[in-house]
Write a protein that binds this ligand. Structure first.
Ligand code: NAD
Ligand code: ISE
Length: 335
């Protein structure tokens, strides 16, 4: 059976997911697209055999030919579409963040819990990256002892013009928050944020870089260096320090070239290059699960927890104080 997918938001990542659904993965076809920029939707649909264009996301979700939906529009618009997919009983792959506020995520949790089955997968693709998976396996085997600290660095070469300061936390570091929860298998309970000296390459309205410090429920510490104008490339680093060893991501280059008294390797341009295999894997897993009528991968609970932690980090950034994270009780559906 082929899964008929509708895509809401056909900007950068929406188009990248369409490319992988149509050219890389198996078992799915894109039958409908929409975007507030209808000209963009038309241009994208023009490249797809038989895909229809809808005026808006609600119409796309209501289309009987659409079996499952990808939401790849801007973060603040996710809630509306995810809720509509749950109401329609359709599996939805929602790009991160699940939603940009705690309240919005809670409405999604309430709706999915009421529906009584998981319908939402959140696009935290790092969980599908070979490097992070090997780190998790190393920790789970007990090879480095109990984890004490996780150092994460999230460096973007540049950011697009629509990027605003809060996005450093709720759009960029939301990945580090999720991968910290995944690797350490615990919740984050408090946040602090400090501001190093400004990067003069940053636009005036951006506070860049930031240094985030989190405490976990079992007493480990997570630090995240977030830089969004680092210029030299897209550089993702991670190291877990355990009681008797450490495990860290290796460089992502396939090869190192040694010559003329030095060595060098490629640094990815952006996340599409760095995480290409992880995106392929996450979306294939979603397609397979949606086809079988079930959900998989990072859940609404994971999306909710990450957003609430980011809310606390934003409050910590504004106040300069340590801010606690309070999550509601986890519903049975997500245990
Ligand atoms: P983008 O600006 O390139 O594309 C977003 C598209 O959504 C635009 O074409 C815009 O017109 C459209 N849009 C906005 N509001 C809409 C609405 N209400 N209905 C329909 N379409 C609407 O942005 P992007 O970089 O592709 O990011 C899109 C989403 O994907 C964001 O949530 C972002 O955080 C996420 N993202 C995730 C990753 C990842 O690594 N997992 C990488 C990039 C982006
Ligand atoms: C973007 O939306 C992503 O999700 C990328 O993975 C991240 O590195 C980038 O900072 C975000 O803006």
């Amino acid at each position: 059976m082929t899964l008929n997918v509708g895509v809401i938001g056909v900007g950068m990542i929406g188009q990248d997911h369409i490319r992988r659904l149509t050219q890389v993965l198996s078992g799915a076809r894109v039958v409908a697209v929409t975007d507030v920029d209808l000209n963009r939707a038309k241009a994208v649909a023009g490249e797809l055999a038989g895909a229809r264009i809808h005026e808006n996301g609600q119409d796309l979700i209501g289309d009987d030919d659409v079996d499952a939906v990808i939401v790849a529009s801007w973060g603040p618009t996710h809630e509306e579409y995810v809720l509509a997919c749950i109401a329609a009983g359709k599996q939805v792959f929602c790009e991160k963040p699940l939603a940009t506020t705690r309240e919005a995520c809670e409405r999604i949790l309430d709706a999915e819990t009421k529906a009584g089955r998981r319908l939402v997968m959140v696009g935290f693709m790092r969980r599908y990256d070979d490097g992070y998976r090997a780190m998790k396996d190393t920790i789970a085997r007990g090879d480095i002892g109990a984890p004490l600290m996780f150092h994460s660095a999230h460096r973007n070469a540049t950011v697009p013009g629509h990027y605003v300061s809060d996005m450093i936390i709720n759009d960029t570091c939301v990945h580090d928050v999720d991968i910290a929860r995944f690797l350490l298998d615990t919740e984050i309970v408090a946040a602090r944020v400090v501001k190093p000296r400004r990067n003069s390459n940053a636009a005036d309205h951006l506070t860049d870089p930031l240094f985030l410090l989190f405490e976990t429920a079992d007493g480990a510490i997570v630090d995240v260096e977030a830089s969004i104008n680092i210029q030299f490339g897209y550089d993702i680093r991670g190291e877990v320090v355990g009681e008797s060893g450490t495990v860290e991501l290796a460089e992502s280059a396939a090869v190192l070239v040694k010559r003329a008294g030095g060595y060098a390797g490629r640094i990815p341009e952006d996340w599409r290059e760095r995480f290409v295999r992880a995106y392929d894997r996450e979306l294939q897993e979603w397609v397979d699960a949606a086809t079988a009528g079930r959900s998989t991968g990072p859940s609404s609970w994971d999306g909710y927890a990450a957003t609430v932690v980011c809310d606390s980090a934003l409050a910590a950034l504004r106040s300069g104080e340590r801010v606690e994270v309070s999550l509601r009780e986890q519903p049975e559906l997500y245990r």
